[in-house]
Design a protein around this ligand. Structure first.
Ligand code: GLU
Length: 299
Protein backbone atom coordinates (compact mmCIF):
# COMPACT_ATOMS: atom_id res chain seq x y z
CA UNK A 1 0.00 0.00 0.00
CA UNK A 2 2.44 2.72 -1.08
CA UNK A 3 1.69 6.16 0.27
CA UNK A 4 -0.37 4.73 3.10
CA UNK A 5 -0.18 6.92 6.16
CA UNK A 6 1.41 4.92 8.94
CA UNK A 7 2.82 6.15 12.23
CA UNK A 8 3.80 3.57 14.83
CA UNK A 9 5.53 3.87 18.17
CA UNK A 10 7.32 2.09 20.98
CA UNK A 11 6.46 3.54 24.36
CA UNK A 12 8.51 2.01 27.20
CA UNK A 13 8.19 3.05 30.83
CA UNK A 14 11.69 3.67 32.20
CA UNK A 15 11.06 1.81 35.45
CA UNK A 16 13.69 -0.82 34.66
CA UNK A 17 15.91 -1.79 31.73
CA UNK A 18 14.47 -3.49 28.64
CA UNK A 19 13.91 -7.22 29.14
CA UNK A 20 12.90 -9.97 26.73
CA UNK A 21 9.22 -8.96 26.96
CA UNK A 22 9.70 -5.28 26.23
CA UNK A 23 12.14 -6.13 23.45
CA UNK A 24 9.37 -8.12 21.72
CA UNK A 25 7.15 -5.01 21.80
CA UNK A 26 9.98 -2.87 20.45
CA UNK A 27 10.81 -5.31 17.68
CA UNK A 28 7.22 -5.92 16.61
CA UNK A 29 6.32 -2.24 16.50
CA UNK A 30 9.52 -1.48 14.59
CA UNK A 31 8.95 -4.24 12.02
CA UNK A 32 5.34 -3.22 11.50
CA UNK A 33 6.31 0.41 10.86
CA UNK A 34 9.07 -0.56 8.45
CA UNK A 35 7.02 -3.03 6.38
CA UNK A 36 4.35 -0.32 6.05
CA UNK A 37 7.03 2.22 5.07
CA UNK A 38 5.83 4.31 7.98
CA UNK A 39 7.41 6.23 10.79
CA UNK A 40 8.47 4.60 14.02
CA UNK A 41 8.45 6.90 17.04
CA UNK A 42 9.85 6.32 20.50
CA UNK A 43 8.11 7.83 23.50
CA UNK A 44 9.48 7.53 27.02
CA UNK A 45 6.51 6.99 29.33
CA UNK A 46 7.95 8.61 32.42
CA UNK A 47 4.70 10.30 33.42
CA UNK A 48 5.00 8.53 36.76
CA UNK A 49 8.19 10.35 37.70
CA UNK A 50 8.25 8.62 41.06
CA UNK A 51 8.84 5.24 39.39
CA UNK A 52 11.19 6.35 36.63
CA UNK A 53 14.71 5.15 37.39
CA UNK A 54 17.42 7.67 36.47
CA UNK A 55 19.56 6.56 33.54
CA UNK A 56 17.20 3.78 32.45
CA UNK A 57 15.65 5.70 29.54
CA UNK A 58 19.06 6.66 28.16
CA UNK A 59 20.12 3.01 28.39
CA UNK A 60 16.99 1.91 26.49
CA UNK A 61 17.62 4.39 23.69
CA UNK A 62 21.24 3.33 23.45
CA UNK A 63 20.25 -0.33 23.29
CA UNK A 64 17.66 0.24 20.56
CA UNK A 65 20.29 1.94 18.44
CA UNK A 66 22.86 -0.79 19.02
CA UNK A 67 20.30 -3.38 17.92
CA UNK A 68 19.68 -1.42 14.72
CA UNK A 69 16.30 0.09 15.66
CA UNK A 70 16.61 3.77 14.80
CA UNK A 71 13.53 5.84 15.53
CA UNK A 72 12.21 8.71 13.44
CA UNK A 73 12.07 12.26 14.75
CA UNK A 74 12.58 13.32 18.32
CA UNK A 75 11.98 11.15 21.37
CA UNK A 76 8.93 12.37 23.30
CA UNK A 77 9.13 12.46 27.11
CA UNK A 78 5.82 12.28 28.95
CA UNK A 79 7.21 14.06 32.00
CA UNK A 80 7.47 17.21 29.85
CA UNK A 81 3.88 17.06 28.67
CA UNK A 82 1.81 17.39 31.80
CA UNK A 83 0.22 20.63 30.55
CA UNK A 84 -1.16 18.70 27.56
CA UNK A 85 -2.74 16.09 29.85
CA UNK A 86 -4.25 18.82 32.00
CA UNK A 87 -5.73 20.48 28.89
CA UNK A 88 -7.26 17.17 27.73
CA UNK A 89 -8.72 16.49 31.18
CA UNK A 90 -10.25 19.96 31.09
CA UNK A 91 -11.90 19.15 27.76
CA UNK A 92 -13.54 16.07 29.27
CA UNK A 93 -15.79 18.43 31.23
CA UNK A 94 -18.37 16.66 33.36
CA UNK A 95 -17.27 13.23 32.12
CA UNK A 96 -14.51 13.64 34.68
CA UNK A 97 -15.16 14.05 38.39
CA UNK A 98 -13.29 14.53 41.64
CA UNK A 99 -13.00 11.45 43.83
CA UNK A 100 -12.11 11.43 47.51
CA UNK A 101 -12.05 7.68 48.15
CA UNK A 102 -8.96 5.85 49.27
CA UNK A 103 -7.88 2.38 48.22
CA UNK A 104 -9.33 0.73 51.31
CA UNK A 105 -12.79 2.26 50.80
CA UNK A 106 -12.82 1.11 47.18
CA UNK A 107 -11.65 -2.39 48.05
CA UNK A 108 -14.32 -2.59 50.77
CA UNK A 109 -17.05 -1.93 48.23
CA UNK A 110 -16.67 -5.46 46.86
CA UNK A 111 -18.07 -4.53 43.49
CA UNK A 112 -15.60 -6.86 41.92
CA UNK A 113 -12.15 -6.83 40.46
CA UNK A 114 -11.45 -5.24 37.09
CA UNK A 115 -9.50 -7.08 34.43
CA UNK A 116 -6.33 -5.24 35.46
CA UNK A 117 -6.60 -6.48 39.04
CA UNK A 118 -7.86 -3.21 40.57
CA UNK A 119 -11.12 -3.08 42.53
CA UNK A 120 -14.03 -1.68 40.52
CA UNK A 121 -14.96 1.77 41.73
CA UNK A 122 -18.39 1.80 43.43
CA UNK A 123 -19.30 5.32 42.28
CA UNK A 124 -19.32 6.92 45.72
CA UNK A 125 -18.19 10.35 44.46
CA UNK A 126 -19.98 10.23 41.08
CA UNK A 127 -22.51 12.89 42.04
CA UNK A 128 -20.18 15.17 43.95
CA UNK A 129 -17.72 14.78 46.79
CA UNK A 130 -19.63 13.59 49.89
CA UNK A 131 -19.27 15.77 52.99
CA UNK A 132 -16.03 15.14 54.79
CA UNK A 133 -14.16 13.92 51.71
CA UNK A 134 -11.60 15.96 49.86
CA UNK A 135 -10.30 15.58 46.33
CA UNK A 136 -7.76 12.80 45.89
CA UNK A 137 -8.04 11.65 42.30
CA UNK A 138 -9.79 12.57 39.08
CA UNK A 139 -11.96 9.82 37.61
CA UNK A 140 -13.73 9.24 34.31
CA UNK A 141 -17.42 8.37 34.42
CA UNK A 142 -18.02 5.35 32.16
CA UNK A 143 -21.39 4.86 30.45
CA UNK A 144 -23.93 2.26 31.53
CA UNK A 145 -23.92 -0.87 29.35
CA UNK A 146 -27.04 0.22 27.46
CA UNK A 147 -25.75 3.72 26.69
CA UNK A 148 -23.70 4.72 23.62
CA UNK A 149 -20.13 3.46 24.09
CA UNK A 150 -21.27 1.34 27.03
CA UNK A 151 -19.91 -1.62 25.09
CA UNK A 152 -16.63 -0.96 23.28
CA UNK A 153 -15.70 -3.28 20.43
CA UNK A 154 -12.71 -3.33 18.13
CA UNK A 155 -10.87 -5.69 15.84
CA UNK A 156 -7.35 -6.43 17.00
CA UNK A 157 -4.96 -7.31 14.17
CA UNK A 158 -3.59 -10.24 16.19
CA UNK A 159 -6.08 -11.03 18.96
CA UNK A 160 -9.18 -10.72 16.73
CA UNK A 161 -12.50 -9.22 17.83
CA UNK A 162 -12.49 -7.71 21.32
CA UNK A 163 -15.50 -6.52 23.32
CA UNK A 164 -15.54 -4.86 26.72
CA UNK A 165 -18.43 -3.60 28.83
CA UNK A 166 -16.74 -0.68 30.58
CA UNK A 167 -19.13 -0.37 33.51
CA UNK A 168 -18.93 -4.06 34.38
CA UNK A 169 -15.36 -4.90 33.52
CA UNK A 170 -13.56 -1.67 34.39
CA UNK A 171 -15.73 0.90 36.18
CA UNK A 172 -15.02 4.61 36.50
CA UNK A 173 -11.25 4.82 36.09
CA UNK A 174 -8.57 7.21 37.28
CA UNK A 175 -7.31 10.03 35.06
CA UNK A 176 -5.18 11.77 37.64
CA UNK A 177 -3.87 9.84 40.58
CA UNK A 178 -3.91 10.69 44.26
CA UNK A 179 -0.13 11.18 44.11
CA UNK A 180 -0.64 13.96 41.55
CA UNK A 181 0.61 12.12 38.46
CA UNK A 182 -1.52 11.84 35.34
CA UNK A 183 -2.63 8.27 34.72
CA UNK A 184 -1.22 6.15 31.91
CA UNK A 185 -4.63 5.82 30.22
CA UNK A 186 -5.03 9.55 29.67
CA UNK A 187 -1.38 10.26 28.81
CA UNK A 188 -1.19 7.47 26.24
CA UNK A 189 -4.37 8.62 24.47
CA UNK A 190 -3.29 12.28 24.31
CA UNK A 191 0.20 11.37 23.08
CA UNK A 192 -0.92 8.82 20.49
CA UNK A 193 -3.33 11.40 19.06
CA UNK A 194 -0.95 14.37 19.15
CA UNK A 195 1.83 12.30 17.58
CA UNK A 196 -0.55 11.14 14.82
CA UNK A 197 -0.11 7.47 15.71
CA UNK A 198 -2.13 5.28 13.33
CA UNK A 199 -1.00 1.87 14.58
CA UNK A 200 -0.35 0.65 18.10
CA UNK A 201 1.65 -2.58 18.37
CA UNK A 202 2.31 -3.79 21.93
CA UNK A 203 1.96 -6.69 24.33
CA UNK A 204 -1.38 -8.32 25.17
CA UNK A 205 -1.00 -7.19 28.79
CA UNK A 206 -2.45 -3.91 27.48
CA UNK A 207 -5.36 -5.48 25.59
CA UNK A 208 -7.63 -4.79 28.58
CA UNK A 209 -6.67 -1.11 28.56
CA UNK A 210 -7.59 -0.58 24.94
CA UNK A 211 -11.35 -0.17 25.40
CA UNK A 212 -10.70 2.55 27.98
CA UNK A 213 -8.38 4.27 25.53
CA UNK A 214 -10.93 4.04 22.71
CA UNK A 215 -13.58 5.53 24.97
CA UNK A 216 -11.28 8.45 25.79
CA UNK A 217 -10.48 8.89 22.08
CA UNK A 218 -14.21 9.15 21.36
CA UNK A 219 -14.74 11.72 24.11
CA UNK A 220 -11.78 13.82 23.01
CA UNK A 221 -12.66 13.62 19.31
CA UNK A 222 -9.45 11.76 18.39
CA UNK A 223 -9.19 9.12 15.66
CA UNK A 224 -8.95 5.50 16.86
CA UNK A 225 -5.70 3.83 15.80
CA UNK A 226 -5.47 0.22 14.63
CA UNK A 227 -4.30 -2.14 17.36
CA UNK A 228 -2.12 -5.25 17.34
CA UNK A 229 -1.51 -6.97 20.66
CA UNK A 230 1.06 -9.74 20.71
CA UNK A 231 0.97 -12.54 23.30
CA UNK A 232 3.07 -11.60 26.33
CA UNK A 233 6.38 -13.27 27.06
CA UNK A 234 6.20 -15.39 30.22
CA UNK A 235 8.88 -16.94 32.40
CA UNK A 236 9.09 -20.63 33.33
CA UNK A 237 6.51 -20.05 36.11
CA UNK A 238 4.02 -18.64 33.63
CA UNK A 239 4.41 -15.10 34.97
CA UNK A 240 4.57 -12.12 32.64
CA UNK A 241 8.17 -10.92 32.34
CA UNK A 242 8.58 -7.68 34.22
CA UNK A 243 10.86 -6.04 36.67
CA UNK A 244 8.62 -7.37 39.46
CA UNK A 245 9.07 -10.97 38.31
CA UNK A 246 12.81 -10.46 38.09
CA UNK A 247 13.18 -10.41 34.30
CA UNK A 248 16.80 -10.12 33.24
CA UNK A 249 17.93 -6.90 31.56
CA UNK A 250 18.87 -7.30 27.91
CA UNK A 251 22.50 -6.66 27.18
CA UNK A 252 24.04 -6.38 23.75
CA UNK A 253 27.62 -5.38 24.27
CA UNK A 254 28.86 -7.33 21.27
CA UNK A 255 27.43 -7.92 17.80
CA UNK A 256 26.97 -11.63 18.65
CA UNK A 257 25.01 -10.77 21.75
CA UNK A 258 22.87 -8.28 19.80
CA UNK A 259 22.10 -10.92 17.19
CA UNK A 260 21.25 -13.50 19.85
CA UNK A 261 18.76 -11.28 21.70
CA UNK A 262 17.10 -10.17 18.47
CA UNK A 263 16.79 -13.76 17.24
CA UNK A 264 15.21 -14.82 20.54
CA UNK A 265 12.64 -12.01 20.32
CA UNK A 266 11.89 -12.81 16.66
CA UNK A 267 11.45 -16.51 17.41
CA UNK A 268 9.01 -15.62 20.17
CA UNK A 269 6.91 -13.77 17.61
CA UNK A 270 7.15 -16.84 15.38
CA UNK A 271 9.42 -15.32 12.74
CA UNK A 272 11.85 -17.63 11.01
CA UNK A 273 15.27 -16.02 11.32
CA UNK A 274 17.27 -19.24 11.01
CA UNK A 275 20.62 -18.77 9.29
CA UNK A 276 20.91 -15.08 10.15
CA UNK A 277 24.64 -14.76 10.83
CA UNK A 278 24.78 -10.97 10.94
CA UNK A 279 22.53 -8.10 12.03
CA UNK A 280 21.87 -7.27 8.37
CA UNK A 281 20.87 -10.87 7.72
CA UNK A 282 18.64 -10.81 10.76
CA UNK A 283 16.79 -7.67 9.65
CA UNK A 284 16.25 -9.02 6.16
CA UNK A 285 14.67 -12.22 7.48
CA UNK A 286 12.68 -10.58 10.25
CA UNK A 287 11.20 -7.96 7.91
CA UNK A 288 10.25 -10.60 5.34
CA UNK A 289 8.68 -12.77 8.03
CA UNK A 290 6.68 -9.91 9.54
CA UNK A 291 5.61 -8.71 6.11
CA UNK A 292 4.21 -12.13 5.26
CA UNK A 293 2.16 -12.22 8.46
CA UNK A 294 1.14 -8.65 9.14
CA UNK A 295 2.31 -6.62 6.15
CA UNK A 296 0.12 -4.48 3.88
CA UNK A 297 -0.75 -7.47 1.70
CA UNK A 298 -1.94 -9.45 4.73
CA UNK A 299 -4.51 -6.83 5.71
N1 GLU B 1 4.48 2.31 28.78
C1 GLU B 1 3.76 1.08 28.66
C2 GLU B 1 4.61 -0.06 29.14
O1 GLU B 1 5.82 0.05 29.15
C3 GLU B 1 3.36 0.75 27.24
C4 GLU B 1 2.35 1.69 26.74
C5 GLU B 1 1.76 1.36 25.40
O2 GLU B 1 2.43 0.75 24.56
O3 GLU B 1 0.63 1.77 25.20
O4 GLU B 1 4.05 -1.07 29.51
Amino acid sequence: MPGMNYVGRFAPSPTGPLHAGSLVAALASYLDARVHRGQWLVRIEDVDEGRAVPGVAAGMLDLLQRLGMQWDGEVLWQSRRTARYAAAAERLGTHAYACGCNRREIADSRLGIAADGAAIYPGTCRHGLPAGKSLRALRLRVPDPDQPDGVITFEDRCAGPVRQVLAREVGDFVLKRADGYWAYQLAVVVDDAEQGVTDVVRGADLLDSTARQIYLQHLLGYPVPRYLHLPVVRNANGEKLSKQTGAAAISADSADEALAVLCAAARFIGLDVAGAGTLAGFWERALAGWDARFGPAAR
